[in-house]
Design a protein around this ligand. Structure first.
Ligand SMILES: *[C@@H]1O[C@H](CO)[C@@H](O)[C@H](O)[C@H]1NC(C)=O
Ligand SMILES: *[C@@H]1O[C@H](CO)[C@@H](O)[C@H](O)[C@H]1NC(C)=O
Length: 285
């Protein structure tokens, strides 16, 4: 930018200086909107570190070793918003590790607990990560959908997002919708209570179930493991009436699901056959 300013044909040195000053003053504003100020550590003691890169972007590293992992949550809770955060997952042999981002209310009784989950299940070197998603309403989940990521999520940052409002919950990867859960409460489908939700994130050991059904354990000689978070942004919905009224790009959603869906509870007839069949949200059109 400075190079462009200096080589431009601007003949007024004061104007150039003013522009430069404006550009310089903008820098601290970016740094102020830092992850550091937006989140607080929930567990993990010293197993986290902040690092600010040359471009002023602050990255949080969570660490997992044999002792424990680490977790954080947003300082603020939001009523109807889109939450975006960039993640770079544990590299190489990440089997047994789970890296998460999820939306959750403040402490409520277990039978009132809602949760919107994106959990990244690690794998042995060279085998693909799985994105495991779930939606809990009033303490009950069982709404798993899994996706195979179509890139190596440990090589660079990718953006994972949840849009949450009274109409629907939509999950996105790099802006592509992958999962939609509509509010069909009027048809008796459970939907999370309309209340403020925080964004939480964590890195922990789950080798009893995460990788290849728990058969592959965490290889602790590879520890410590690191997952990185940055660019947490929350875009509140402009007004409840217009929240989510843009809907979803159905074509993009269908394409992503055809190509990357691994498991959908709504297609698992067997699992629900003794409990009156598939959940209601699976059979409404
Ligand atoms: C790990 O890799 C295996 C083999 O490709 C695959 O079957 C599995 O779904 C992958 N993901 C997890 C979380 O186990
Ligand atoms: C664990 O990692 C070590 C070091 O890379 C390797 O030698 C060993 O074979 C790994 N163990 C398993 C069970 O993969």
């Amino acid at each position: 930018m400075a190079a462009w300013l200096l080589s431009s044909s601007c003949s007024n040195p004061t104007a150039v200086l003013a522009l430069l000053l404006t550009a310089m003053m903008a820098a601290p504003a970016v740094a102020m909107a830092s992850l550091h100020d937006d989140i607080e550590l929930m567990f993990g003691g010293d197993h986290f570190a902040f690092h600010t890169s040359g471009d002023g972007v602050e990255t949080l590293a969570l660490r997992l070793d044999k002792d424990h992992g680490a977790g954080f949550r947003s300082n603020e809770a939001y009523l109807f918003a889109r939450y975006d955060i960039e993640l770079m997952l544990v590299a190489d042999d990440s089997a047994g590790t789970v890296t998460t981002v999820y939306l959750t209310p403040d402490l409520v009784p277990p039978e009132e607990h809602d949760e919107i989950d994106m959990e990244f299940l690690g794998n042995v070197t060279g085998e693909p990560y799985t994105l495991h998603t779930n939606i809990f309403v009033n303490g009950v989940g069982n709404r798993e959908q899994q996706f195979r990521l179509w890139f190596d999520p440990s090589k660079e940052f990718h953006t994972y997002s949840v849009e949450w409002n009274p109409r629907h919950i939509i999950m996105f990867i790099d802006g592509t919708p992958i999962r939609v859960y509509k509010n069909e409460a009027s048809h008796g489908v459970p939907f999370p209570t309309l209340r403020r939700l925080r964004l939480d994130g964590s890195l922990w050991n789950a080798d009893d179930w995460a990788t290849q059904g728990g058969r592959v354990k965490t290889n602790w000689t590879q520890a410590p493991f690191y997952a990185y978070y940055r660019n947490f942004r929350v875009t509140p919905c402009p007004g409840v009436a217009s929240c989510g009224d843009k809907g979803v790009d159905e074509a993009a959603l269908q394409r992503a699901r055809e190509e990357h869906l691994l498991y959908d509870y709504c297609e698992d007839q067997n699992r629900f056959k003794d409990n009156g069949g598939l959940p209601k949200e699976c059979t409404l059109d």
